[in-house]
Design a protein around this ligand. Sequence first.
Ligand SMILES: NC(=O)c1ccc[n+]([C@@H]2O[C@H](COP(=O)([O-])OP(=O)(O)OC[C@H]3O[C@@H](n4cnc5c(N)ncnc54)[C@H](OP(=O)(O)O)[C@@H]3O)[C@@H](O)[C@H]2O)c1
Length: 425
Amino acid sequence: MKLALLGCGNVGSEVVRLMRTRGEELASRVGEPVEIVGIAVRRLDRDRSHLPVEKELFTTDALGLVKRDDVDIVVEVAGGIEPARTWITTALAEGKSVVTANKALLAEDGPALSAAAKAGGADLYYEAAAAAAIPLMRPLRESLHGDTINRVLGIVNGTTNYILSQMSQTGAAFEEALREATELGYAEADPTADVDNYDAAAKAALIASLAFHTHIDLGEVYREGIRDVSAADIASAAAQGRVVKPLCIATREADGVSVRVHPAMIPATHPLANVNGAYNAVFVEAESAGRLMFYGAGAGGTETASAVLGDIVAVARNKRGGITAFPPEAAYQDLPVKPIGEARTRYHVSLDVVDEPGVLARVAATFAHHGVSLATVHQSGQGDEARLVVVTHTAADKQLSDTVAELSQLTSVHEVTSVMRVEGE
Ligand SMILES: NC(=O)c1ccc[n+]([C@@H]2O[C@H](COP(=O)([O-])OP(=O)(O)OC[C@H]3O[C@@H](n4cnc5c(N)ncnc54)[C@H](OP(=O)(O)O)[C@@H]3O)[C@@H](O)[C@H]2O)c1
Protein backbone atom coordinates (compact mmCIF):
# COMPACT_ATOMS: atom_id res chain seq x y z
CA MET A 1 0.00 0.00 0.00
CA LYS A 2 1.50 3.36 -1.05
CA LEU A 3 0.96 6.59 0.84
CA ALA A 4 1.54 10.25 -0.06
CA LEU A 5 2.12 12.57 2.88
CA LEU A 6 1.22 16.23 2.36
CA GLY A 7 2.91 18.33 5.06
CA CYS A 8 5.80 17.48 7.35
CA GLY A 9 5.51 19.96 10.22
CA ASN A 10 4.52 19.28 13.84
CA VAL A 11 2.11 16.49 12.91
CA GLY A 12 3.56 15.25 9.61
CA SER A 13 7.08 14.74 10.96
CA GLU A 14 5.65 12.60 13.78
CA VAL A 15 3.59 10.61 11.26
CA VAL A 16 6.86 9.90 9.42
CA ARG A 17 8.71 8.96 12.60
CA LEU A 18 5.97 6.69 13.95
CA MET A 19 5.35 5.00 10.59
CA ARG A 20 9.02 4.19 10.36
CA THR A 21 9.43 2.99 13.96
CA ARG A 22 6.18 1.02 14.01
CA GLY A 23 6.31 -0.15 10.39
CA GLU A 24 6.18 -3.88 11.13
CA GLU A 25 3.34 -3.60 13.61
CA LEU A 26 1.34 -1.42 11.24
CA ALA A 27 1.91 -3.90 8.43
CA SER A 28 0.57 -6.70 10.65
CA ARG A 29 -2.49 -4.67 11.51
CA VAL A 30 -3.21 -3.69 7.91
CA GLY A 31 -2.24 -7.02 6.40
CA GLU A 32 0.52 -5.58 4.20
CA PRO A 33 3.22 -2.89 4.53
CA VAL A 34 2.20 0.76 4.12
CA GLU A 35 5.00 2.69 2.47
CA ILE A 36 5.49 6.46 2.29
CA VAL A 37 6.34 7.18 -1.36
CA GLY A 38 6.51 10.97 -1.22
CA ILE A 39 6.31 13.89 1.20
CA ALA A 40 5.14 17.31 0.04
CA VAL A 41 6.50 20.37 1.84
CA ARG A 42 6.73 24.09 1.15
CA ARG A 43 10.47 24.52 1.78
CA LEU A 44 12.76 21.85 0.41
CA ASP A 45 15.78 23.44 2.11
CA ARG A 46 14.37 23.11 5.66
CA ASP A 47 16.57 20.86 7.80
CA ARG A 48 14.78 17.53 8.30
CA SER A 49 17.91 15.43 8.81
CA HIS A 50 16.56 14.20 12.18
CA LEU A 51 13.75 12.35 10.41
CA PRO A 52 14.29 8.67 9.55
CA VAL A 53 13.40 9.17 5.90
CA GLU A 54 15.27 9.48 2.59
CA LYS A 55 15.83 13.04 1.32
CA GLU A 56 14.68 12.03 -2.16
CA LEU A 57 11.09 11.56 -0.92
CA PHE A 58 10.57 15.29 -0.37
CA THR A 59 8.92 17.39 -3.08
CA THR A 60 7.23 20.77 -3.40
CA ASP A 61 4.86 19.39 -6.06
CA ALA A 62 2.04 18.21 -3.80
CA LEU A 63 -0.54 17.94 -6.57
CA GLY A 64 1.84 15.92 -8.73
CA LEU A 65 2.39 13.57 -5.79
CA VAL A 66 -1.36 13.16 -5.23
CA LYS A 67 -1.87 12.27 -8.90
CA ARG A 68 0.87 9.64 -9.03
CA ASP A 69 -0.54 6.34 -10.28
CA ASP A 70 1.07 4.30 -7.53
CA VAL A 71 -0.47 6.33 -4.64
CA ASP A 72 -3.38 4.61 -2.81
CA ILE A 73 -3.76 6.84 0.26
CA VAL A 74 -3.26 10.60 0.70
CA VAL A 75 -2.57 12.00 4.17
CA GLU A 76 -3.07 15.77 4.37
CA VAL A 77 -1.43 17.42 7.38
CA ALA A 78 -0.44 20.74 5.81
CA GLY A 79 -3.48 22.74 6.97
CA GLY A 80 -5.27 25.78 5.52
CA ILE A 81 -8.06 25.93 2.94
CA GLU A 82 -6.20 26.06 -0.38
CA PRO A 83 -4.33 24.25 -1.83
CA ALA A 84 -5.37 21.53 0.68
CA ARG A 85 -8.93 21.47 -0.74
CA THR A 86 -7.65 20.91 -4.29
CA TRP A 87 -5.28 18.14 -3.16
CA ILE A 88 -8.05 16.34 -1.24
CA THR A 89 -10.75 16.64 -3.89
CA THR A 90 -8.29 15.51 -6.58
CA ALA A 91 -7.32 12.47 -4.50
CA LEU A 92 -10.94 11.54 -3.76
CA ALA A 93 -11.97 11.97 -7.41
CA GLU A 94 -9.27 9.45 -8.32
CA GLY A 95 -10.59 6.98 -5.72
CA LYS A 96 -7.67 7.53 -3.35
CA SER A 97 -8.64 7.46 0.32
CA VAL A 98 -7.83 10.56 2.33
CA VAL A 99 -6.82 11.03 5.95
CA THR A 100 -6.76 14.64 7.14
CA ALA A 101 -6.43 16.61 10.37
CA ASN A 102 -7.64 19.82 8.73
CA LYS A 103 -10.48 21.10 10.94
CA ALA A 104 -10.57 24.50 9.20
CA LEU A 105 -11.22 22.95 5.78
CA LEU A 106 -13.66 20.31 7.07
CA ALA A 107 -15.68 22.92 8.96
CA GLU A 108 -15.82 25.14 5.87
CA ASP A 109 -16.37 22.50 3.23
CA GLY A 110 -17.33 19.22 4.93
CA PRO A 111 -20.40 18.37 2.80
CA ALA A 112 -18.57 18.99 -0.50
CA LEU A 113 -15.67 16.80 0.65
CA SER A 114 -18.06 14.05 1.77
CA ALA A 115 -19.80 14.24 -1.60
CA ALA A 116 -16.42 14.01 -3.36
CA ALA A 117 -15.56 10.92 -1.28
CA LYS A 118 -18.88 9.31 -2.19
CA ALA A 119 -18.52 10.14 -5.88
CA GLY A 120 -14.96 8.83 -5.95
CA GLY A 121 -15.76 5.68 -3.95
CA ALA A 122 -13.07 6.60 -1.45
CA ASP A 123 -12.75 6.98 2.32
CA LEU A 124 -12.43 10.35 4.05
CA TYR A 125 -11.25 9.97 7.66
CA TYR A 126 -10.50 12.86 10.03
CA GLU A 127 -10.23 11.55 13.59
CA ALA A 128 -7.46 14.06 14.46
CA ALA A 129 -9.40 17.11 13.29
CA ALA A 130 -11.69 17.74 16.25
CA ALA A 131 -9.77 16.65 19.32
CA ALA A 132 -6.33 15.43 18.12
CA ALA A 133 -5.45 12.32 20.17
CA ILE A 134 -8.86 11.96 21.81
CA PRO A 135 -10.95 9.38 19.95
CA LEU A 136 -14.17 11.24 19.25
CA MET A 137 -15.08 11.21 15.56
CA ARG A 138 -15.20 7.40 15.41
CA PRO A 139 -17.24 7.02 18.64
CA LEU A 140 -19.71 9.57 17.26
CA ARG A 141 -19.76 8.02 13.79
CA GLU A 142 -19.76 4.37 14.85
CA SER A 143 -20.10 3.45 18.52
CA LEU A 144 -23.00 5.82 19.20
CA HIS A 145 -24.72 5.32 15.88
CA GLY A 146 -27.57 3.39 17.49
CA ASP A 147 -28.22 6.08 20.05
CA THR A 148 -29.60 9.62 20.11
CA ILE A 149 -27.24 12.31 21.34
CA ASN A 150 -28.96 15.25 22.96
CA ARG A 151 -26.07 17.35 24.19
CA VAL A 152 -22.31 17.70 23.83
CA LEU A 153 -20.32 19.85 26.20
CA GLY A 154 -16.61 20.12 25.48
CA ILE A 155 -13.33 21.82 26.21
CA VAL A 156 -11.75 21.61 22.77
CA ASN A 157 -8.91 24.12 22.84
CA GLY A 158 -5.85 23.68 25.02
CA THR A 159 -4.70 27.30 24.81
CA THR A 160 -7.88 28.83 26.17
CA ASN A 161 -8.19 26.08 28.77
CA TYR A 162 -4.60 26.70 29.88
CA ILE A 163 -5.21 30.46 30.18
CA LEU A 164 -8.46 30.12 32.16
CA SER A 165 -6.95 27.38 34.36
CA GLN A 166 -4.01 29.68 35.17
CA MET A 167 -6.35 32.57 35.92
CA SER A 168 -8.30 30.30 38.31
CA GLN A 169 -5.25 28.87 40.03
CA THR A 170 -3.13 32.04 40.38
CA GLY A 171 -5.65 34.88 40.25
CA ALA A 172 -3.81 36.28 37.19
CA ALA A 173 -5.52 38.65 34.77
CA PHE A 174 -6.17 37.51 31.18
CA GLU A 175 -3.22 39.42 29.62
CA GLU A 176 -0.78 38.02 32.18
CA ALA A 177 -2.00 34.43 31.67
CA LEU A 178 -1.82 34.86 27.87
CA ARG A 179 1.77 36.16 28.12
CA GLU A 180 2.75 33.12 30.16
CA ALA A 181 0.97 30.76 27.74
CA THR A 182 2.90 32.33 24.85
CA GLU A 183 6.24 32.03 26.68
CA LEU A 184 5.57 28.35 27.40
CA GLY A 185 4.57 27.64 23.80
CA TYR A 186 0.90 26.94 24.60
CA ALA A 187 -0.21 30.01 22.61
CA GLU A 188 0.91 31.11 19.12
CA ALA A 189 2.57 34.49 18.55
CA ASP A 190 -0.78 35.52 17.02
CA PRO A 191 -3.24 33.89 19.46
CA THR A 192 -6.40 35.07 17.65
CA ALA A 193 -7.51 31.65 16.33
CA ASP A 194 -7.40 30.18 19.82
CA VAL A 195 -8.25 33.08 22.12
CA ASP A 196 -11.15 34.34 20.00
CA ASN A 197 -12.45 30.76 19.68
CA TYR A 198 -12.25 30.44 15.87
CA ASP A 199 -10.44 27.09 16.31
CA ALA A 200 -13.04 25.88 18.82
CA ALA A 201 -15.89 26.99 16.51
CA ALA A 202 -14.51 24.84 13.66
CA LYS A 203 -14.27 21.85 16.00
CA ALA A 204 -17.78 22.53 17.36
CA ALA A 205 -19.17 22.47 13.81
CA LEU A 206 -17.53 19.08 13.15
CA ILE A 207 -18.61 17.55 16.46
CA ALA A 208 -22.21 18.80 16.29
CA SER A 209 -22.59 17.71 12.66
CA LEU A 210 -21.62 14.14 13.55
CA ALA A 211 -23.48 14.08 16.87
CA PHE A 212 -26.77 15.26 15.39
CA HIS A 213 -26.49 13.78 11.84
CA THR A 214 -27.00 17.17 10.31
CA HIS A 215 -24.76 19.77 8.68
CA ILE A 216 -23.66 22.64 10.86
CA ASP A 217 -22.05 25.39 8.85
CA LEU A 218 -19.14 27.16 10.52
CA GLY A 219 -21.06 30.45 10.19
CA GLU A 220 -23.93 28.97 12.21
CA VAL A 221 -21.76 28.42 15.29
CA TYR A 222 -22.17 31.25 17.78
CA ARG A 223 -18.71 32.34 18.93
CA GLU A 224 -17.35 34.52 21.73
CA GLY A 225 -13.69 34.51 22.78
CA ILE A 226 -12.24 34.57 26.27
CA ARG A 227 -10.56 38.03 26.20
CA ASP A 228 -13.27 39.63 28.34
CA VAL A 229 -13.07 37.10 31.17
CA SER A 230 -11.80 39.02 34.20
CA ALA A 231 -10.13 37.97 37.42
CA ALA A 232 -13.32 39.24 39.14
CA ASP A 233 -15.47 36.79 37.09
CA ILE A 234 -13.19 33.92 38.10
CA ALA A 235 -13.29 34.96 41.76
CA SER A 236 -17.07 35.37 41.70
CA ALA A 237 -17.45 31.91 40.12
CA ALA A 238 -15.19 30.39 42.79
CA ALA A 239 -17.16 32.06 45.59
CA GLN A 240 -20.27 30.30 44.25
CA GLY A 241 -18.63 26.89 43.82
CA ARG A 242 -18.15 27.26 40.07
CA VAL A 243 -15.23 27.49 37.62
CA VAL A 244 -14.94 29.34 34.32
CA LYS A 245 -14.19 27.09 31.32
CA PRO A 246 -13.91 27.63 27.56
CA LEU A 247 -16.87 25.57 26.40
CA CYS A 248 -18.23 24.22 23.17
CA ILE A 249 -21.94 23.49 23.67
CA ALA A 250 -24.14 21.69 21.19
CA THR A 251 -27.71 20.84 22.06
CA ARG A 252 -30.57 19.19 20.21
CA GLU A 253 -34.00 20.54 21.01
CA ALA A 254 -37.46 19.80 19.62
CA ASP A 255 -37.27 22.65 17.11
CA GLY A 256 -33.61 22.49 16.06
CA VAL A 257 -30.05 22.50 17.28
CA SER A 258 -27.95 25.13 18.95
CA VAL A 259 -24.15 25.24 18.69
CA ARG A 260 -22.01 27.80 20.50
CA VAL A 261 -18.51 28.36 21.82
CA HIS A 262 -17.88 30.81 24.63
CA PRO A 263 -16.55 30.95 28.18
CA ALA A 264 -19.04 29.77 30.78
CA MET A 265 -19.29 28.96 34.46
CA ILE A 266 -19.84 25.32 35.38
CA PRO A 267 -20.20 23.71 38.83
CA ALA A 268 -16.86 22.80 40.42
CA THR A 269 -18.30 19.28 40.75
CA HIS A 270 -18.90 18.87 36.99
CA PRO A 271 -16.58 16.31 35.30
CA LEU A 272 -15.26 19.05 32.98
CA ALA A 273 -14.32 21.31 35.91
CA ASN A 274 -11.17 19.32 36.62
CA VAL A 275 -9.96 19.28 33.02
CA ASN A 276 -7.10 21.73 33.41
CA GLY A 277 -4.10 23.12 31.57
CA ALA A 278 -3.68 22.08 27.96
CA TYR A 279 -5.93 19.02 28.33
CA ASN A 280 -9.20 18.70 26.46
CA ALA A 281 -12.36 16.71 27.16
CA VAL A 282 -15.71 16.18 25.56
CA PHE A 283 -18.76 15.24 27.58
CA VAL A 284 -21.56 13.55 25.62
CA GLU A 285 -25.13 13.01 26.82
CA ALA A 286 -26.88 10.24 24.89
CA GLU A 287 -30.40 8.97 25.43
CA SER A 288 -29.46 5.32 26.12
CA ALA A 289 -25.71 5.40 26.81
CA GLY A 290 -26.16 8.19 29.34
CA ARG A 291 -23.24 10.48 30.15
CA LEU A 292 -19.87 9.73 28.53
CA MET A 293 -16.61 11.60 28.80
CA PHE A 294 -13.68 11.56 26.36
CA TYR A 295 -10.50 13.02 27.83
CA GLY A 296 -6.89 13.52 26.73
CA ALA A 297 -4.40 15.59 24.75
CA GLY A 298 -6.21 17.90 22.35
CA ALA A 299 -3.01 18.95 20.55
CA GLY A 300 0.65 18.05 20.06
CA GLY A 301 2.52 16.54 17.12
CA THR A 302 2.95 13.01 18.51
CA GLU A 303 -0.51 12.85 20.04
CA THR A 304 -2.19 14.05 16.84
CA ALA A 305 -0.07 11.65 14.76
CA SER A 306 -1.46 8.78 16.86
CA ALA A 307 -4.97 9.55 15.58
CA VAL A 308 -3.68 10.03 12.02
CA LEU A 309 -1.98 6.61 12.14
CA GLY A 310 -5.19 5.03 13.42
CA ASP A 311 -6.99 6.45 10.38
CA ILE A 312 -4.22 5.27 8.04
CA VAL A 313 -4.59 1.70 9.33
CA ALA A 314 -8.39 1.92 8.97
CA VAL A 315 -8.42 3.25 5.38
CA ALA A 316 -5.63 0.83 4.35
CA ARG A 317 -7.65 -2.11 5.68
CA ASN A 318 -10.74 -0.88 3.86
CA LYS A 319 -8.77 -0.59 0.63
CA ARG A 320 -7.55 -4.17 1.02
CA GLY A 321 -11.13 -5.28 1.58
CA GLY A 322 -12.33 -3.26 -1.41
CA ILE A 323 -14.76 -1.25 0.69
CA THR A 324 -15.29 2.29 1.96
CA ALA A 325 -16.37 2.26 5.58
CA PHE A 326 -18.32 5.44 6.05
CA PRO A 327 -21.11 6.16 3.65
CA PRO A 328 -20.97 9.98 3.89
CA GLU A 329 -24.58 10.29 5.04
CA ALA A 330 -23.99 12.14 8.28
CA ALA A 331 -26.25 15.03 7.31
CA TYR A 332 -29.49 13.11 6.65
CA GLN A 333 -31.38 14.96 9.42
CA ASP A 334 -31.11 18.50 7.99
CA LEU A 335 -32.04 20.13 11.33
CA PRO A 336 -32.48 23.91 11.57
CA VAL A 337 -29.81 25.74 13.58
CA LYS A 338 -31.37 28.06 16.11
CA PRO A 339 -30.10 31.64 16.41
CA ILE A 340 -28.24 32.53 19.61
CA GLY A 341 -31.20 34.62 20.80
CA GLU A 342 -33.20 31.40 21.24
CA ALA A 343 -30.48 29.50 23.13
CA ARG A 344 -31.61 28.83 26.69
CA THR A 345 -29.31 28.77 29.68
CA ARG A 346 -28.67 30.43 33.04
CA TYR A 347 -26.68 33.64 33.48
CA HIS A 348 -24.30 35.22 35.96
CA VAL A 349 -24.62 39.02 35.77
CA SER A 350 -22.42 41.48 37.70
CA LEU A 351 -23.42 45.11 38.11
CA ASP A 352 -21.81 48.16 39.68
CA VAL A 353 -24.72 49.98 41.28
CA VAL A 354 -25.48 53.21 43.08
CA ASP A 355 -25.49 52.68 46.84
CA GLU A 356 -29.04 53.83 47.66
CA PRO A 357 -32.28 52.27 48.91
CA GLY A 358 -34.49 50.56 46.31
CA VAL A 359 -31.71 49.65 43.84
CA LEU A 360 -32.17 45.94 44.35
CA ALA A 361 -35.91 46.23 43.73
CA ARG A 362 -35.39 48.22 40.50
CA VAL A 363 -32.84 45.71 39.21
CA ALA A 364 -35.09 42.75 40.11
CA ALA A 365 -38.06 44.47 38.42
CA THR A 366 -36.03 44.88 35.20
CA PHE A 367 -35.25 41.16 35.09
CA ALA A 368 -38.94 40.39 35.80
CA HIS A 369 -40.04 42.78 33.04
CA HIS A 370 -38.25 40.52 30.51
CA GLY A 371 -39.50 37.29 32.09
CA VAL A 372 -36.13 36.34 33.60
CA SER A 373 -36.45 34.92 37.10
CA LEU A 374 -33.65 35.18 39.62
CA ALA A 375 -32.07 32.22 41.40
CA THR A 376 -29.66 34.13 43.68
CA VAL A 377 -28.74 37.75 44.32
CA HIS A 378 -25.61 38.74 46.19
CA GLN A 379 -24.94 42.32 47.26
CA SER A 380 -21.51 43.51 48.37
CA GLY A 381 -19.54 46.70 49.03
CA GLN A 382 -20.67 50.21 49.82
CA GLY A 383 -20.56 53.64 48.17
CA ASP A 384 -18.67 53.55 44.86
CA GLU A 385 -17.87 49.88 45.48
CA ALA A 386 -21.50 48.73 45.64
CA ARG A 387 -21.92 45.60 43.55
CA LEU A 388 -24.68 43.15 42.74
CA VAL A 389 -24.14 39.63 41.44
CA VAL A 390 -27.25 37.98 40.07
CA VAL A 391 -27.62 34.38 38.90
CA THR A 392 -30.76 33.73 36.89
CA HIS A 393 -32.89 30.69 36.25
CA THR A 394 -33.00 29.41 32.67
CA ALA A 395 -33.94 32.05 30.12
CA ALA A 396 -33.49 32.70 26.40
CA ASP A 397 -30.41 34.66 25.34
CA LYS A 398 -32.62 37.35 23.80
CA GLN A 399 -34.50 37.83 27.09
CA LEU A 400 -31.19 38.27 28.86
CA SER A 401 -29.68 40.68 26.32
CA ASP A 402 -32.85 42.80 26.41
CA THR A 403 -32.64 42.81 30.22
CA VAL A 404 -28.98 43.91 30.14
CA ALA A 405 -29.77 46.68 27.64
CA GLU A 406 -32.47 48.03 29.98
CA LEU A 407 -30.31 47.63 33.10
CA SER A 408 -27.60 49.73 31.43
CA GLN A 409 -30.12 52.59 31.10
CA LEU A 410 -31.09 52.62 34.80
CA THR A 411 -29.76 55.62 36.70
CA SER A 412 -29.13 53.32 39.69
CA VAL A 413 -26.78 51.14 37.63
CA HIS A 414 -23.28 52.52 36.90
CA GLU A 415 -22.34 49.62 34.68
CA VAL A 416 -23.17 46.00 33.86
CA THR A 417 -19.62 44.76 34.34
CA SER A 418 -20.00 41.21 33.14
CA VAL A 419 -22.48 38.70 31.76
CA MET A 420 -21.50 35.04 31.67
CA ARG A 421 -23.52 31.95 30.90
CA VAL A 422 -23.85 29.23 33.55
CA GLU A 423 -23.89 25.69 32.14
CA GLY A 424 -23.87 22.08 33.25
CA GLU A 425 -26.29 22.44 36.18
N1 LIG B 1 -0.30 20.68 15.75
C1 LIG B 1 -1.33 20.15 16.39
O1 LIG B 1 -1.27 19.93 17.62
C2 LIG B 1 -2.58 19.78 15.62
C3 LIG B 1 -3.62 19.14 16.31
C4 LIG B 1 -4.77 18.76 15.59
C5 LIG B 1 -4.86 19.07 14.24
N2 LIG B 1 -3.83 19.72 13.63
C6 LIG B 1 -3.96 20.04 12.19
O2 LIG B 1 -2.92 19.37 11.48
C7 LIG B 1 -2.53 20.15 10.35
C8 LIG B 1 -1.02 20.39 10.41
O3 LIG B 1 -0.69 21.06 11.58
P1 LIG B 1 0.85 21.27 12.00
O4 LIG B 1 0.82 21.82 13.38
O5 LIG B 1 1.62 20.05 11.72
O6 LIG B 1 1.29 22.43 10.96
P2 LIG B 1 2.78 22.92 10.62
O7 LIG B 1 3.73 22.53 11.68
O8 LIG B 1 2.66 24.35 10.23
O9 LIG B 1 3.17 22.07 9.32
C9 LIG B 1 2.60 22.33 8.05
C10 LIG B 1 3.37 21.51 7.02
O10 LIG B 1 2.74 21.65 5.76
C11 LIG B 1 3.68 22.10 4.79
N3 LIG B 1 2.99 22.99 3.86
C12 LIG B 1 2.26 24.08 4.17
N4 LIG B 1 1.79 24.64 3.03
C13 LIG B 1 2.23 23.88 2.01
C14 LIG B 1 2.09 23.95 0.59
N5 LIG B 1 1.39 24.92 0.01
N6 LIG B 1 2.67 23.00 -0.16
C15 LIG B 1 3.40 22.00 0.41
N7 LIG B 1 3.57 21.88 1.75
C16 LIG B 1 2.99 22.82 2.52
C17 LIG B 1 4.77 22.79 5.56
O11 LIG B 1 5.98 22.77 4.83
P3 LIG B 1 7.37 23.33 5.44
O12 LIG B 1 7.79 22.30 6.49
O13 LIG B 1 8.28 23.37 4.30
O14 LIG B 1 7.03 24.66 6.03
C18 LIG B 1 4.82 21.95 6.85
O15 LIG B 1 5.63 20.82 6.64
C19 LIG B 1 -3.39 21.43 10.41
O16 LIG B 1 -4.55 21.25 9.60
C20 LIG B 1 -3.79 21.51 11.88
O17 LIG B 1 -5.01 22.23 12.08
C21 LIG B 1 -2.70 20.08 14.28
